[in-house]
Design a protein around this ligand. Structure first.
Ligand code: UDX
Length: 433
């Protein structure tokens, strides 16, 4: 089938390449010329394992083409995916929908045949209805159907999550072609037994928001337990293992530590709060706010623990931060807990050196005043404390005996509870987590 993907960021580039991989003819629309040129050369402007190869293969075979023109998009196909960003508004909790709105405003007046617009971007409940009303106003003697088909991909697993999702969700207004067309688009995925849930647009929008809110809640739950463990001298990791054996609870997303960051969970939970407030669901809002509060407290607590390790003051201390990406196998530093902690420690008078295997370039753009090193050893040289804030395999595999030779004081703070604490302690380190 021919289809268009509007917006070639993380979500759009992955979706476009994966749809081409399924055998469809795909036109990707990216309005930023520099990004377009980069992608057209098969060069992905962010780190996602496997995506450069997938993109290049499908561009070379002609199944995926890239353009910056909405005119090209309107001519090319009758199915359009909206995959543009919905960042947090500056100074507010709500989502900024200007790019989603612009996609509809620009595309629909150019359409000359009936069309289906499938939203993939994460949006507040009610957005599809609003866009459907607007599309009706903009459409010229044609029928433009709006439906929502949320995406659940994780960074680092984006291709697998798109081609082998846990479920497909479609929220459609009755009487349109959305379900039939989606069954055709996703035929290989549905035939493989993937659950396909067809519902109304408001429910589909809320499925996505609820999924992210639940994941955030699970992480904040275990981190709230970690606060109690901290006070009681108990082992939160053992608790997570023990409760995780219960199928109803499950062990995944129960890793206590520095908490969640990235381009999705933090902004989505805040957008959910803002929308819950607008809808008058005040109790739900208070619950979600606490999930966010627990998460943000982790960062402050990490700074306190670093200060405690440095005998009560960070002034003049050399602190090594290992990890800047919001999670391993990513170069994404949006709302990175690690960089947030690095910044706070620097503000308290320490000299901070950061090392990350993949995210240094992005970190430098966001936090140019921090020092950056090219290796673990360089970052740790003469350090008073080493903080492991992203659980990259490279850090898990550090030899503590060897690293001890390079630091001034053998203090290690394991912000992701990913190190072998017994080994580090036996190697002469003062270990805290
Ligand atoms: C998330 C959702 O998982 C995905 O379904 C949605 O589409 C987008 O948002 P992503 O942002 O790629 O995906 O990251 P994820 O793997 O969910 O991790 C989010 C954050 O939670 C990271 O900062 C990670 O370090 C943290 N985390 C995760 C924990 O602190 N503990 C855990 O047990 C798991």
């Amino acid at each position: 089938m021919r289809m268009v993907v509007l917006g070639l960021g993380y979500l759009g580039a992955t979706h476009a390449a994966c749809m081409a991989e399924l055998g469809h003819e795909v036109l990707g629309i990216e309005v930023v010329a520099a990004k377009r040129a980069q992608l057209a050369a098969g060069d992905v402007p962010f780190y996602e394992p496997g995506l450069p190869e997938l993109l290049k293969r499908n561009i070379d075979s002609g199944k995926l083409t890239i353009s910056g023109s909405y005119g090209d998009a309107a001519d090319f196909a009758d199915v359009f995916f909206i995959a543009v960003g919905t960042p947090q508004k500056k100074g507010e909790y709500s989502a900024d929908l200007q790019y989603v709105d612009a996609a509809v405003e620009e595309l629909v007046p150019l359409l000359t045949r009936d069309a289906l617009v499938l939203g993939k971007s994460t949006v507040p409940v009610g957005t599809a209805q609003r866009l459907a009303d607007r599309a009706d106003e903009l459409a010229k003697d044609i029928n433009v159907e709006i439906a929502w088909n949320p995406e659940f991909l994780r960074e680092g697993f984006a291709i697998d999550d798109t081609l082998h999702p846990d479920r497909l969700v479609l929220g459609a207004f009755g009487g349109g072609a959305a379900e039939v067309l989606c069954r055709e688009i996703y035929a290989p995925i549905i035939d493989a037994g993937t659950p396909f849930i067809v519902t109304d647009p408001a429910t589909a929008e809320l499925v996505k928001t609820s999924a992210n809110a639940f994941l955030a809640t699970k992480i904040s739950f275990i981190n709230a337990i970690a606060e109690v463990c901290d006070a009681a001298g108990a082992d939160v990791k053992a608790i997570a293992d023990a409760i995780g054996y219960d199928d109803r609870i499950g062990r995944r997303f129960l890793n206590a530590g520095l908490g969640f960051g990235g381009g999705c969970l933090p902004k989505d939970i805040r957008a959910f709060m803002a929308r819950a407030g607008e809808l008058g669901a005040a109790e739900a809002l208070a619950f979600l706010r606490e999930v966010d509060n627990v998460n943000m407290r982790r960062r402050t607590r990490m700074v306190e623990k670093a200060r405690e390790m440095c005998n009560g003051s960070l002034v003049g201390k050399r602190i090594c931060i290992l990890g800047a990406a919001f999670k391993p196998e990513s170069d994404d530093v949006r709302d990175s807990p690690a960089l947030n902690v690095a910044g706070q420690i620097q503000l308290q008078g320490a000299s901070v050196t950061v090392y990350d295997p993949k995210a240094t370039a992005n970190s430098k753009r966001l936090f140019p005043t921090l020092d950056y090193a090219e290796s673990v050893v360089e970052a740790c040289s003469k350090a008073d404390a080493v903080l492991v804030l992203t659980e990259w395999r490279e850090f898990v595999e550090i030899d503590p005996i060897e690293l001890k030779k390079h630091v001034r004081h053998a203090n290690v703070l394991d912000g992701r509870m990913c190190l072998d604490s017994g080994f580090w302690i036996a190697s002469g380190w003062n270990y805290a987590a």
